[in-house]
Design a protein around this ligand. Structure first.
Ligand SMILES: [Zn+2]
Ligand SMILES: [Zn+2]
Length: 287
């Protein structure tokens, strides 16, 4: 088989793959190469795209034997794609960004995730861009559970603007705490101040962030003696231990994303309940 012809075939068809970036180019090139050596007629085009964070190739052959080979090749590269960052090609995993499924390495995942910052001049920034200044807020609306907020601003010479923030972004609760209470509708003010005054220590993550039995920092439900907890974990320390190990393993990279969250204070006497042996046993169960 003529190597030059294969190379031309590969470069010609690379652009038939509708993908988000260039991170999968090597995988697509290899897939096309394998198509060629499997006997695919290189005069014909090969098509594919990214779907739900994975590489899909939609090209089939009428020839059953060839088609089986193609299917095996397509499956192989589809499996590899969900471990390869779509942007840079380094090791990645499937992530949800906004409401999209996408395969990204840790750096590109963190880069795409919104982070709220509030600077000393009361500028509210997201992804290093200034959105608004707290002094210019004229109104703020909250969802019933306080987990989402719409901020309306008006500054001299500018039209009124609205910004949306959610609890899934680091420093959301810091923002909620920083905005003067008088900005919020009168019937919600009490709820907001009660939330910050009544926070309890979370024995799992070690932040003073427990509100109505759930931690606003690590999102774990706090232990209680109900059937479900006792049935699954036996006793409280087992539950806390397992949740702490989940946080340490950080499979979803949530902790890495929330590293700079300053919404909550750390508790002073937080105890780590798991040992290195516990961790090894637990990892064996998980992976
Ligand atoms: Zn990457
Ligand atoms: Zn917690």
């Amino acid at each position: 088989m003529n190597k030059e012809e294969i190379s031309l075939f590969i470069e010609r068809n690379l652009t038939n793959f509708s993908v988000n970036s260039t991170g999968w180019d090597d995988l697509i090139r290899k897939l096309l190469f394998e198509f060629a050596i499997a006997g695919w007629n290189m005069e014909h085009r090969v098509f594919g795209k990214e779907k739900f964070g994975g590489l899909r190739c939609y090209t089939y052959s009428e020839d059953e034997e060839l088609n089986n080979k193609l299917k095996a090749i397509k499956d192989k590269y589809s499996e590899l794609s969900v471990k390869t960052c779509e942007i840079c090609g380094s090791e990645g995993k499937m992530r949800t960004v906004g409401s999209w499924q996408t395969t990204l390495c840790l750096n590109h995942f963190l880069e795409q995730q919104p982070v709220i910052e509030i600077d000393e001049k009361q500028n509210v920034r997201r992804d290093h861009k200034t959105l608004l200044n707290i002094k210019n807020i004229v109104k703020a609306d909250l969802e019933y559970d306080l987990q989402r907020m719409w901020i309306h601003t008006k500054s001299f010479g500018n039209p009124e603007e609205t910004f949306y923030f959610s609890w899934q972004e680091p420093n959301y609760y810091l923002l909620l705490k920083t905005i003067p209470l008088s900005i919020f509708p009168e019937d919600r003010r009490n709820e907001i101040s009660t939330l910050f005054q009544s926070l309890q220590d979370c024995e799992i993550c070690g932040y003073k962030a427990v509100h109505q039995k759930t931690c606003l920092r690590c999102h774990h439900e706090q232990w209680n003696e109900s059937g479900y907890f006792v049935e699954d974990y036996g006793e409280k320390s087992h539950y806390i231990k397992e949740c702490q190990m989940d946080i340490f393993i950080d499979e979803e990279d949530y902790e890495k994303y929330f590293t700079y969250d300053q919404s909550f204070e750390k508790s002073t006497d937080h105890q780590i309940l798991f040992s290195s042996d516990d961790l090894r046993e637990y990892e064996k169960l998980l992976f």
